[in-house]
Design a protein around this ligand. Structure first.
Ligand SMILES: Cc1cc2nc3c(=O)[nH]c(=O)nc-3n(C[C@H](O)[C@H](O)[C@H](O)COP(=O)(O)OP(=O)(O)OC[C@H]3O[C@@H](n4cnc5c(N)ncnc54)[C@H](O)[C@@H]3O)c2cc1C
Length: 256
């Protein structure tokens, strides 16, 4: 979500999650390599490295490559070989390879730990790019000869911007200000976590998943000591959709 104003103030990104960090990096040194500086306003008082993991395919790895953060992340995560899916109703299992070449070159899939991705993105940003403890509570459009956006923070201060980029997650203040519709509730609930094996595990580098009567569960190695697991079920206990405005970290309500 981008709102454009006059050219005498900076670019401000609201939210320092994965989208905010990646956007700042892309503007500065990533895909456009334009050296565009931006200021991230993050409501939390530090980098939010909690959470678990994401299984990411070729396009996502290409994106990290373009942002210049891919080398250490590739070294820290095992390359997945296949997806095995079992129906608990019929007992049948299918296997789909995650290797070989497709339309976009060689296929690549790994399960990426969220903490390592967030830290990896933040590490490459220029010093001082993220302002922590900066919760945006209101936005105003001002004309004082030129167009500027005034971002009002919870601590009573105001930040001026010529461009505002909303990366503030599911309950976005920017999206609300732009008049975008509220997020829809998909009716699915998830619990997820990481299991740590201090002496290493013996699982193959495969995504194993099972589905049945309204649920899907699975597990997948991130590296030789960490397994990501998930359990999703449908319909949810909140069929009315209440609670869908909770922030993204609610997705991490699983117990490790
Ligand atoms: C802490 C956390 C852990 C997560 N763990 C997982 C996981 O393990 N697996 C999974 O699949 N998904 C997880 N998610 C969700 C996933 O990261 C996001 O859904 C997805 O990456 C989209 O990222 P995003 O940057 O758009 O939004 P988010 O990751 O939600 O980031 C939004 C950021 O904006 C900040 N913010 C919100 N409102 C304001 C405001 N008014 N002013 C300033 N800053 C604001 C938030 O503090 C947050 O840092 C997690 C999300 C969070 C926040």
């Amino acid at each position: 979500m981008v709102a454009e104003g006059s050219p005498n103030e900076g670019i401000v990104i609201v939210g320092g999650g994965i989208a905010g960090l990646a956007t700042a990096l892309g503007l500065h040194s990533g895909f456009c390599r334009m050296g565009l500086k931006s200021q991230i306003l993050e409501s939390h008082d530090s980098l939010r490295t909690t959470g678990f993991a994401f299984t990411m395919g070729t396009n996502a790895w290409r994106a990290l490559e373009t942002l210049g953060v891919v080398d250490s992340l590739r070294q820290q995560h095992v390359r997945l070989q296949r997806v095995s899916t079992t129906s608990t109703v019929s007992g049948a299992t299918t296997h789909v390879p995650l290797t070989g070449r497709g339309n976009f070159g060689e296929y690549e899939a790994r399960c990426l730990r969220r903490d390592l991705m967030v830290e990896g993105l933040a590490r490459e940003l220029p010093r001082g790019c993220i302002r922590f403890g900066a919760k945006v509570v209101g936005i105003e459009r001002k004309h004082n000869g030129s167009l500027l956006y005034h971002l009002h923070l919870a601590d009573g201060t105001t930040v001026k911007a010529k461009v505002v980029i909303g990366c503030d997650g599911v309950n976005s203040v920017v999206a609300k200000w732009l008049g975008l519709p509220k997020p829809g509730f998909v009716g699915r609930t998830a619990a997820r976590g990481l299991a740590h094996f201090s002496d290493g595990h013996d699982f193959e580098p495969d995504l194993q998943q099972y589905f049945g009567d309204g649920f899907r569960l699975g597990f997948v190695p991130c590296d030789d000591k960490t397994i990501y697991w998930f359990f999703t079920w449908y319909p949810s206990h909140r069929e009315d959709g209440e609670g869908c405005e909770e922030e993204g970290s609610m997705m991490t309500s699983g117990v490790v």
